[in-house]
Design a protein around this ligand. Structure first.
Ligand code: GTP
Ligand code: MG
Length: 231
Protein backbone atom coordinates (compact mmCIF):
# COMPACT_ATOMS: atom_id res chain seq x y z
CA UNK A 1 0.00 0.00 0.00
CA UNK A 2 1.33 3.37 -0.92
CA UNK A 3 1.13 6.29 1.50
CA UNK A 4 1.56 9.96 0.59
CA UNK A 5 4.96 9.82 2.26
CA UNK A 6 6.30 6.86 0.28
CA UNK A 7 9.62 8.08 -0.99
CA UNK A 8 12.61 6.03 0.06
CA UNK A 9 15.24 4.09 -1.82
CA UNK A 10 13.06 1.80 -3.90
CA UNK A 11 15.12 -1.34 -3.38
CA UNK A 12 14.39 -1.23 0.36
CA UNK A 13 10.72 -0.40 0.00
CA UNK A 14 9.88 -3.84 -1.37
CA UNK A 15 6.61 -5.16 -0.05
CA UNK A 16 7.54 -7.26 2.93
CA UNK A 17 4.53 -8.86 4.57
CA UNK A 18 6.65 -11.02 6.82
CA UNK A 19 8.39 -7.99 8.33
CA UNK A 20 5.09 -6.28 9.15
CA UNK A 21 3.62 -9.44 10.66
CA UNK A 22 6.70 -10.17 12.76
CA UNK A 23 6.97 -6.58 13.95
CA UNK A 24 3.43 -6.77 15.28
CA UNK A 25 4.55 -9.64 17.50
CA UNK A 26 7.19 -7.54 19.20
CA UNK A 27 7.44 -8.02 22.97
CA UNK A 28 9.35 -6.23 25.69
CA UNK A 29 12.48 -8.17 26.65
CA UNK A 30 14.58 -6.24 29.12
CA UNK A 31 15.94 -2.83 30.11
CA UNK A 32 19.62 -2.21 30.70
CA UNK A 33 21.23 0.89 32.25
CA UNK A 34 24.47 0.32 30.28
CA UNK A 35 25.50 -1.65 27.23
CA UNK A 36 27.60 -3.94 29.44
CA UNK A 37 24.37 -5.36 30.84
CA UNK A 38 22.57 -5.85 27.54
CA UNK A 39 21.54 -9.23 26.06
CA UNK A 40 24.23 -11.40 24.44
CA UNK A 41 25.58 -10.15 21.14
CA UNK A 42 23.84 -12.80 19.05
CA UNK A 43 21.29 -12.81 16.24
CA UNK A 44 20.23 -9.50 14.67
CA UNK A 45 19.38 -6.18 16.24
CA UNK A 46 18.03 -2.88 14.90
CA UNK A 47 18.45 0.22 17.08
CA UNK A 48 16.31 3.36 17.17
CA UNK A 49 18.23 6.51 18.07
CA UNK A 50 17.56 10.22 18.08
CA UNK A 51 17.40 13.33 20.17
CA UNK A 52 15.17 13.33 23.17
CA UNK A 53 11.57 13.91 22.08
CA UNK A 54 12.31 13.02 18.41
CA UNK A 55 9.54 10.41 18.54
CA UNK A 56 11.42 7.11 18.99
CA UNK A 57 8.98 5.49 21.41
CA UNK A 58 5.99 6.69 19.38
CA UNK A 59 7.54 5.29 16.19
CA UNK A 60 8.13 1.91 17.83
CA UNK A 61 4.53 1.80 19.04
CA UNK A 62 3.18 2.74 15.60
CA UNK A 63 5.44 0.24 13.85
CA UNK A 64 4.48 -2.62 16.13
CA UNK A 65 0.84 -1.55 16.27
CA UNK A 66 0.91 -1.51 20.06
CA UNK A 67 -0.16 1.46 22.10
CA UNK A 68 2.10 1.23 25.12
CA UNK A 69 4.99 -1.06 24.14
CA UNK A 70 7.56 1.72 24.36
CA UNK A 71 6.47 4.52 26.66
CA UNK A 72 6.15 7.85 24.94
CA UNK A 73 5.95 11.07 26.85
CA UNK A 74 5.63 14.81 26.58
CA UNK A 75 8.55 15.15 28.99
CA UNK A 76 11.87 14.93 27.12
CA UNK A 77 14.36 12.42 28.45
CA UNK A 78 11.65 9.93 29.44
CA UNK A 79 13.53 6.91 28.13
CA UNK A 80 16.76 6.71 30.17
CA UNK A 81 17.34 2.98 29.94
CA UNK A 82 18.26 0.99 26.87
CA UNK A 83 15.10 -1.01 26.15
CA UNK A 84 15.30 -4.30 24.29
CA UNK A 85 12.34 -5.86 22.52
CA UNK A 86 12.16 -9.25 20.85
CA UNK A 87 10.70 -9.31 17.36
CA UNK A 88 9.12 -12.73 16.87
CA UNK A 89 11.99 -14.49 18.63
CA UNK A 90 14.77 -13.43 20.99
CA UNK A 91 17.44 -13.62 18.30
CA UNK A 92 15.80 -10.73 16.44
CA UNK A 93 15.68 -7.58 18.52
CA UNK A 94 14.62 -3.97 18.38
CA UNK A 95 16.40 -1.51 20.66
CA UNK A 96 15.02 1.83 21.92
CA UNK A 97 18.08 3.89 22.85
CA UNK A 98 17.88 6.74 25.36
CA UNK A 99 17.40 10.09 23.65
CA UNK A 100 20.40 12.41 23.50
CA UNK A 101 20.60 16.18 23.68
CA UNK A 102 18.56 16.41 26.87
CA UNK A 103 19.82 19.50 28.66
CA UNK A 104 19.06 18.36 32.22
CA UNK A 105 21.46 15.38 32.07
CA UNK A 106 24.79 16.23 33.79
CA UNK A 107 27.76 16.72 31.44
CA UNK A 108 29.79 13.84 32.94
CA UNK A 109 26.93 11.42 32.34
CA UNK A 110 26.53 12.70 28.79
CA UNK A 111 30.22 12.09 28.06
CA UNK A 112 30.12 8.59 29.51
CA UNK A 113 27.03 7.81 27.49
CA UNK A 114 28.63 9.08 24.27
CA UNK A 115 31.65 6.82 24.71
CA UNK A 116 29.34 3.85 25.27
CA UNK A 117 27.13 4.73 22.35
CA UNK A 118 30.07 5.01 19.95
CA UNK A 119 31.42 1.68 21.18
CA UNK A 120 28.00 0.08 20.69
CA UNK A 121 27.54 1.45 17.16
CA UNK A 122 31.02 0.50 16.04
CA UNK A 123 31.47 -2.89 17.65
CA UNK A 124 28.11 -4.58 18.36
CA UNK A 125 28.24 -7.52 15.93
CA UNK A 126 24.49 -8.24 16.01
CA UNK A 127 23.60 -4.63 15.18
CA UNK A 128 22.33 -4.87 11.59
CA UNK A 129 21.07 -1.32 11.16
CA UNK A 130 20.35 2.00 12.80
CA UNK A 131 17.08 3.90 12.47
CA UNK A 132 17.89 7.55 13.18
CA UNK A 133 14.89 9.69 14.00
CA UNK A 134 15.02 13.42 13.59
CA UNK A 135 12.21 15.98 13.86
CA UNK A 136 11.28 17.21 10.38
CA UNK A 137 11.08 20.80 11.65
CA UNK A 138 14.76 20.85 12.69
CA UNK A 139 16.50 17.81 11.23
CA UNK A 140 20.11 16.65 11.61
CA UNK A 141 21.38 18.50 14.64
CA UNK A 142 25.02 18.26 15.72
CA UNK A 143 24.70 15.00 17.63
CA UNK A 144 22.65 13.37 14.86
CA UNK A 145 25.57 14.01 12.53
CA UNK A 146 27.94 12.60 15.13
CA UNK A 147 25.83 9.42 15.22
CA UNK A 148 25.89 9.20 11.43
CA UNK A 149 29.68 9.48 11.38
CA UNK A 150 30.06 6.75 14.02
CA UNK A 151 27.70 4.54 12.05
CA UNK A 152 29.81 5.16 8.96
CA UNK A 153 32.97 4.22 10.90
CA UNK A 154 31.24 0.98 11.92
CA UNK A 155 29.98 0.38 8.36
CA UNK A 156 26.50 0.28 9.81
CA UNK A 157 23.57 0.93 7.45
CA UNK A 158 21.39 3.87 8.52
CA UNK A 159 17.78 4.68 7.69
CA UNK A 160 16.60 8.17 8.65
CA UNK A 161 13.03 8.99 9.65
CA UNK A 162 11.97 12.62 9.37
CA UNK A 163 9.45 12.39 12.20
CA UNK A 164 6.27 14.32 12.96
CA UNK A 165 5.81 14.93 9.22
CA UNK A 166 2.14 15.69 10.00
CA UNK A 167 3.32 18.99 11.50
CA UNK A 168 4.11 20.27 7.98
CA UNK A 169 2.00 20.55 4.85
CA UNK A 170 2.79 17.86 2.29
CA UNK A 171 4.79 20.19 -0.02
CA UNK A 172 6.88 21.54 2.85
CA UNK A 173 7.51 18.00 4.10
CA UNK A 174 8.72 16.94 0.63
CA UNK A 175 11.03 19.96 0.51
CA UNK A 176 12.47 19.07 3.90
CA UNK A 177 13.10 15.56 2.61
CA UNK A 178 14.93 16.82 -0.49
CA UNK A 179 16.91 19.36 1.52
CA UNK A 180 18.01 16.77 4.10
CA UNK A 181 19.02 14.39 1.30
CA UNK A 182 21.24 17.13 -0.15
CA UNK A 183 22.76 17.81 3.28
CA UNK A 184 23.60 14.12 3.67
CA UNK A 185 25.23 14.10 0.26
CA UNK A 186 27.33 17.13 1.19
CA UNK A 187 28.43 15.34 4.36
CA UNK A 188 29.45 12.31 2.29
CA UNK A 189 26.91 10.08 4.04
CA UNK A 190 24.85 7.51 2.21
CA UNK A 191 21.68 6.66 4.13
CA UNK A 192 18.14 5.98 3.08
CA UNK A 193 15.58 8.49 4.31
CA UNK A 194 11.80 8.81 4.49
CA UNK A 195 9.01 10.93 5.90
CA UNK A 196 7.28 9.47 8.94
CA UNK A 197 4.30 10.25 11.14
CA UNK A 198 3.50 8.05 14.12
CA UNK A 199 0.38 10.14 14.66
CA UNK A 200 -1.01 9.51 11.17
CA UNK A 201 0.62 6.07 10.92
CA UNK A 202 2.30 7.15 7.70
CA UNK A 203 5.52 5.59 6.50
CA UNK A 204 5.16 2.33 8.42
CA UNK A 205 5.28 -0.03 5.41
CA UNK A 206 8.48 1.59 4.18
CA UNK A 207 10.14 1.36 7.59
CA UNK A 208 9.05 -2.28 7.99
CA UNK A 209 10.47 -3.01 4.53
CA UNK A 210 13.87 -1.60 5.48
CA UNK A 211 13.93 -3.45 8.80
CA UNK A 212 12.79 -6.70 7.16
CA UNK A 213 15.74 -6.34 4.85
CA UNK A 214 18.13 -5.91 7.80
CA UNK A 215 16.54 -8.85 9.63
CA UNK A 216 17.05 -10.86 6.43
CA UNK A 217 13.39 -11.79 6.10
CA UNK A 218 12.54 -13.04 2.62
CA UNK A 219 10.56 -10.62 0.45
CA UNK A 220 7.11 -11.55 -0.90
CA UNK A 221 8.60 -12.14 -4.36
CA UNK A 222 11.16 -14.56 -2.98
CA UNK A 223 8.50 -16.43 -1.01
CA UNK A 224 6.36 -16.72 -4.15
CA UNK A 225 9.32 -17.94 -6.18
CA UNK A 226 10.17 -20.52 -3.51
CA UNK A 227 6.54 -21.73 -3.54
CA UNK A 228 6.66 -22.05 -7.32
CA UNK A 229 9.97 -23.92 -7.16
CA UNK A 230 8.47 -26.35 -4.65
CA UNK A 231 5.42 -27.08 -6.81
N1 GTP B 1 2.37 15.46 15.89
C1 GTP B 1 3.12 14.39 16.19
N2 GTP B 1 3.63 14.25 17.44
C2 GTP B 1 4.40 13.17 17.70
C3 GTP B 1 4.68 12.19 16.71
N3 GTP B 1 5.50 11.26 17.25
C4 GTP B 1 5.70 11.63 18.53
N4 GTP B 1 5.06 12.77 18.82
C5 GTP B 1 5.02 13.48 20.13
O1 GTP B 1 6.35 13.87 20.49
C6 GTP B 1 6.57 13.69 21.90
C7 GTP B 1 7.75 12.81 22.16
O2 GTP B 1 7.51 11.52 21.64
P1 GTP B 1 8.29 10.22 22.18
O3 GTP B 1 7.90 9.10 21.27
O4 GTP B 1 8.09 10.03 23.64
O5 GTP B 1 9.81 10.67 21.91
P2 GTP B 1 11.16 9.90 22.30
O6 GTP B 1 12.10 10.15 21.18
O7 GTP B 1 10.89 8.47 22.65
O8 GTP B 1 11.63 10.72 23.58
P3 GTP B 1 12.67 10.25 24.75
O9 GTP B 1 12.23 8.93 25.24
O10 GTP B 1 12.55 11.35 25.74
O11 GTP B 1 14.02 10.23 24.14
C8 GTP B 1 5.24 13.15 22.46
O12 GTP B 1 4.48 14.23 22.94
C9 GTP B 1 4.57 12.53 21.25
O13 GTP B 1 3.17 12.50 21.34
C10 GTP B 1 4.10 12.36 15.40
O14 GTP B 1 4.25 11.59 14.47
N5 GTP B 1 3.33 13.49 15.20
MG1 MG C 1 11.29 7.35 24.33
Amino acid sequence: MSTPYQDIAAKHAAFNTKARQRLQQTEFMTSAPTFRLCPPDEGLEVAFAGRSNAGKSSAINALTNQRQLARSSKTPGRTQMINFFSVGDTDTRLVDLPGYGYAAVPLEMKKEWQVELEEYLVSRASLAGLVLLTDIRHPLKFFDEQMLHWAKDGELPVHILLTKADKLKYGAAKNALLHTRQELKKLGLSCTIQLFSALKKDGIDELAGVMGNWYQYPLDDELNNNDKAAE
